[in-house]
Ligand binder design. Structure first.
Ligand code: G6P
Length: 612
């Protein structure tokens, strides 16, 4: 969704803001803009453009902006079409204040009517523009941050904002309530950004703003206050992500790079979490006491998108390994349900970004009812991690491709490890059995490498089917969520209609779709439901559906039923989702590239959905 970057310091702001915007591209956007204070004339100069950042870049190249204080923005349209007028930054009537905003202002219409009555002139259809006019209204003999605080108190909705003004040209102000905003702290320069990778090449020291906080940055100092103006002291957090991790490293797309990173990430995770000698599993930020975890009566998992699919696998794992009833909901449903949860419920919130609005709202509801919340999250210091009782970091590194890949397998791995940990402390599995499972889990990175070695074959097979009109993905039991994830990957990046189904439901509807123009991806590794999948394959075959099967090595039976088989190494069926998903990701990737789709930034999608 919308992204913010702001700079104040010794360098030319445009040299920081433009590359910063490019690093925000992955969040999804449809227009962009930049505003810089030109010190010679003490005026604000704004450049905006619909479309890709390169359009904005061209504008700036033809007329560079010289100045060390500025703000920039990638917009993902909510109110008003993605036009130049609606792109941020927005300015006040006198062009003295410029503002960028991420979020939604729900009561903007009434505020706008009032401001128009008072003589303010609006130039866009956005909800955002009311904020800059409100600041203008209050900005009379008081500092910018105070005018901003007065304005923000009138707003209902969610926001992160960055503001500059020619009246105080050595100041950059930011605020958050509901949308993420962080400060990057450098030497002789400071930054505002929606997330850390945006300015990771300039600093590794960050401060995460909490809800209802305002930050005032100068080039050598910063201060933070709450919306009442009371000073807040916060510690810097060092983020050791390498900037190279946020670059493509020779791959044509981030998505392909991230798919190929998975074996290493899982191996690192297992090495970090399982003590080699004692075989004990440790989670350094999992702060819920073991005693509380022993006593929980049920688990509720909440998540969105790909993280939701990881959560469904989690449900199967917790029920089978820990003998605890587990439920799962998409966060947008969970938050509005009459939740039957209490202090005996453990809520597990899964989120790559830790900023997904519905997931955050979900855990807030859960906490109100006394539930304990664990976050499985990839982004250090994100809102979800700060609001949860315990955290399990997935340590997958920055995920830039909008379609989630490595975050998914890291989430699955975290879920397996947590399930073994829980099974151990609740004494529902003997340690010998847990150790046997862990041995099998440790083989997964090498087995993933074996699957990735077959990329050429998978690419060829996928491209062959790139022109089909729709895809059906079928799986059973613990690979039912794999079917959902395979279909989601394909529709996200190739725009081909794709549905994931529990294979047992095929006869209750999807079978009507099957003919020679449709592909059916059948997920059929060795498992207790293998024979059932074979029956599905037979039924599809007799209706001339094109079958792509994913099966365990040496499965000759499947080979006889369909020529198109992708093999994965044999593992315990409980771990099979970790292997199955690799061909599913690659199928989607190669079909999308064959169709010349923008794999890393698919249309209409955002990496981090920070509004409801
Ligand atoms: C968006 C992204 C998905 C992601 C989902 C949940 O839809 O495009 O890739 O799975 O949000 O995001 P989260 O950060 O909470 O995992």
């Amino acid at each position: 969704m919308c992204g913010i970057v702001g700079y104040i310091g010794k360098r030319q702001a445009q040299d920081i803001l433009l590359p910063g915007l490019k690093r925000l591209e992955y969040r999804g956007y449809d227009s962009s803009g930049i505003a810089i204070i030109l010190p010679e004339k003490n005026t604000i100069s704004v450049r905006k453009s619909p479309g890709k950042i390169r359009c904005l870049e061209r504008l700036i190249k033809s007329k560079p902006l010289s100045g060390g204080v500025g703000i920039a923005h990638t917009r993902w349209a909510t109110h008003g079409a993605p036009t130049k007028a609606n792109a941020h930054p927005h300015t006040d009537c006198n062009n003295e204040i410029a503002l960028v905003h991420n979020g939604i202002i729900e009561n903007y219409e009434t505020i706008k009517e009032q401001l128009i009555r008072e003589g303010h002139i609006f130039h866009s259809q956005t909800d955002t523009e009311v904020i800059v006019h409100l600041i203008e209204k209050f900005y009379k003999n008081i500092p910018l941050e105070e005018a901003l605080r007065k304005a923000l108190r009138l707003l209902i909705g969610s926001f992160a904002v960055g503001v500059i003004s020619t009246k105080e040209p050595n100041k950059l102000v930011g605020a958050r309530s509901g949308s993420p905003l962080i400060l990057g702290i450098g030497e002789g320069e400071n930054f505002l950004a929606s997330d850390a990778p945006v300015v990771l090449d300039a600093t590794k020291d960050f401060i995460f703003l909490d809800e209802n906080e305002v930050a005032v940055l100068a080039k050598d100092s910063f201060k933070i206050m709450d919306f009442d103006g009371k000073t807040v002291f916060k510690d810097k957090v060092r983020i050791n992500w390498d900037i190279a991790q946020a670059q493509k490293n020779g791959y044509p797309h981030f998505m392909l790079k991230e798919i190929n990173e998975q074996p290493k990430i899982i191996e690192n995770l297992l090495n970090a979490r399982i003590n080699k000698e004692t075989k004990k599993i440790n989670f350094e930020e999992q702060n819920i006491p073991e005693e509380n975890l022993k006593n929980i009566k049920n688990i509720f998992i909440v998540a969105c998108g790909t993280a939701y699919h990881a959560g469904i696998v989690g449900k199967y794992i917790f029920e089978s390994l820990c003998s605890i009833p587990a439920q799962i909901d998409v966060s947008s449903e969970f938050r509005y349900r009459d939740l039957l949860i209490d202090s005996n419920t453990l809520v597990i919130a899964i989120s790559q970004s830790g900023e997904t609005a519905d997931t955050l709202a979900g855990i807030r509801e859960a906490k109100k009812r006394g539930a304990q919340v664990i976050a499985i999250c990839n982004v250090l210091g994100s809102t979800l991690t700060r609001e949860s009782d315990g955290i399990i970091y997935t340590h997958a590194g920055p995920e830039i491709g909008v379609a989630s890949t490595k975050a998914y397998t890291a989430q699955l791995t975290a879920l397996y490890l947590f399930a073994f940990y829980l099974a151990g402390i609740r004494s529902v599995l003997p340690s010998s059995k847990i150790n046997k499972y862990l041995c099998e889990l440790r083989k997964i990175p090498k087995q993933m490498e074996a699957v990735l070695k077959e990329q050429g074959v998978i690419a060829k097979l996928s491209r062959k089917h790139a022109n089909l009109g729709s895809f059906l993905y079928l799986g059973r039991n613990i690979n039912y969520p794999s079917a959902l994830e395979g279909a989601l990957k394909l529709k996200e990046i190739s725009y081909i209609p794709a549905e994931g189904y529990a294979a047992g439901e095929m006869k209750h509807g999807p079978i009507a779709l099957i003919d020679e123009y449709r592909a059916v991806v059948c997920i059929a590794p060795w498992s207790k439901v293998y024979e059932k999948m074979i029956s599905n394959i037979q039924e599809i075959r007799s209706r001339k559906g094109k079958i792509i099967a994913i099966a365990s090595h040496n499965d000759k039976e499947i080979k006889e039923l369909t020529g198109e088989v992708i093999y994965i190494p044999k593992t315990d069926e409980i771990f099979s989702p970790l292997l199955v998903v690799l061909p599913l990701q690659l199928i989607a990737y190669h079909i999308a590239t064959k169709r010349a789709c923008d794999v890393d930034q698919p249309r209409n999608l955002a990496k981090s959905v920070t509004v409801e």
